[in-house]
Design a binder for this molecule. Structure first.
Ligand code: HEC
Length: 111
C-alpha cells in the first residue's frame, strides 16, 4: 500500500540534508538537478523491478536486502551504515513519514 506523498518524496530524494539519494542515484525524472552520482544504479523503472514492500525495505535498511557491505545507508535504521555523519548517531536519517514519501516517489518510476 502506497502511504506517502510522492511530491514530498521527490523533495526528500534530492534534498542533501535528507535522502540525498541523488548523490548516488540518477533518474531521468531528475535530469534537471545537479549532483547526480552513479555509485548506485539508475532508478528509472525501479518500480517495475521491485514491489512496493521491497522498495520500503530497501529504503528502511538496505543491508537487509543487499549485503552488509552496501554503501547505501539504511534510512530508517539506528545502524545506518558506513560513513554516516555523526549527527545521525542514535537517530534515523529519515522520519517514518519521509520514508513513506520517498517510497511513494519511487513508485512513480515506472518504465
Ligand atoms: C552512498 C550511496 C547511496 C545513497 C546515498 C543511496 N543509495 Fe540507493 N543504492 C546504492 C547502491 C550502491 C545500490 C545497489 C545495491 C548495492 O550494490 O549495494 C543501491 C540500490 C538502491 C535501490 C535498488 C535499485 C535497483 O535497481 O535494484 C533503490 C530502490 C535505492 N537504492 C533507493 C535509494 C533511495 C530512495 C535513496 C535515498 C533515500 C538512496 N537509494 C540512497 C547507493 C546509494
Amino acid at each position: 500500500m502506497w502511504l506517502g506523498d510522492p511530491v514530498a518524496g521527490a523533495e526528500a530524494f534530492k534534498n542533501r540534508r535528507l535522502g540525498n539519494c541523488l548523490a548516488c542515484h540518477a533518474n531521468a525524472d531528475m535530469a534537471g538537478e545537479l549532483f547526480h552520482g552513479n555509485v548506485g544504479p539508475e532508478l528509472d523503472g525501479v518500480a517495475d523491478r521491485w514491489e512496493e514492500p521491497m522498495l520500503r525495505a530497501i529504503v528502511v535498511n538496505s543491508k537487509h536486502v543487499f549485503t552488509d557491505e552496501t554503501v547505501m545507508p539504511g534510512f530508517y535504521s539506528l545502524d545506518a551504515g558506513k560513513d554516516v555523519a555523526k549527527d545521525f548517531v542514535g537517530k534515523t536519517i529519515l522520519t517514518a513519514q519521509q520514508v513513506e514519501d520517498v517510497v511513494a516517489y519511487l513508485g512513480t518510476l515506472k518504465e
